[in-house]
Design a protein around this ligand. Structure first.
Ligand SMILES: [Mg+2]
Length: 255
């Protein structure tokens, strides 16, 4: 069912009883495409060149969900961990006739060539997080690795407000395993129903649903009448917003 846009009344109903808020990172706190298209394209180009298979630059990009100027919503590049992506890329290259040894060597060359695009907050992230932190426990659950996540949160100016993290290379459960959120709820000693997850992917929504937490979808500013056509994560969500700024108003209303 299509979720409603978050309204002041819905904020009171959905968010006021919440004690803890967990955010996805890419596409939720940060602009996804500016940073990650450059990153993936730099790796893929160097990998294909090292392997002497120029066509693989296109097929591997398609396989991972990396477009010329955007990451395909819900694709591996949008939601998978680094190790999961490496496995998908390895399988793809071997499927093209590369030896596993060649694929691993060239992917190593690709990783050394990795170049990040600029880091950009999705809306007024720092002041919003600061407002929310006054009344809520805040966490981040991301498929990205921990070192990069800590670096980005600090550069966004919000790292000191995030009291718990779940990252793709922690060695524990990863999204869509509900244990990601259930573990945070236990750590904070709150019930899953008192936890709100905010994310931009169907995987985020499914993780929240499986854990029994609330879920609000971050979707691009809608250009048409139906935001779900652009953001399937909004289907079955409790509400949708265009940036986390919309959450902060609850602080005024709940008081
Ligand atoms: Mg995301």
């Amino acid at each position: 069912m299509q979720a409603p846009r978050l309204t002041p009344a819905l904020r009171r109903q959905l968010v006021a009883p919440v004690k803890a808020i967990v955010f996805d990172k890419d596409g939720t706190l940060t602009e996804l495409n500016s940073r990650w298209v450059t990153f993936f394209r730099s790796i893929i180009a160097a990998t294909a060149a090292d392997g002497g298979d120029p066509e693989a630059e296109h097929t591997l990009a398609d396989c991972l969900g990396v477009g010329v100027d955007h990451i395909v919503p819900g694709s591996p590049a949008a939601v998978k961990t680094e190790s999961e992506l490496m496995t998908i890329a390895l399988d793809h290259l071997v499927g093209r006739g590369w030896t596993a040894e060649q694929a691993i060597t060239s992917m190593g060359v690709g990783l050394e060539a990795a170049t990040f695009g600029p880091l950009a907050p999705l809306g007024a992230v720092a002041p919003t997080i600061e407002t929310l932190a006054a009344r809520h426990l805040l966490g981040v659950a991301t498929s990205d690795n921990r070192a990069n996540t800590l670096d980005e949160l600090n550069r966004l100016g919000v790292g000191h407000h995030v009291s718990a993290l779940r990252c793709g290379d922690d060695g524990g459960p990863v999204k869509p395993d509900p244990e990601v959120l259930l573990g945070l709820a236990r750590e904070w000693r709150v019930e899953p129903a008192q936890l709100l997850f905010v994310g931009d992917s169907e995987q985020d929504r499914d993780t929240a649903r499986a854990a029994g937490t609330r879920f609000i979808a971050v979707v691009p500013e809608p250009r048409g009448v139906d935001p779900a056509q652009q953001a399937p994560a909004a289907i079955g969500a409790d509400a949708w917003i265009t940036s986390i700024e919309d959450l902060a108003c609850i602080e005024d209303l709940a008081g």
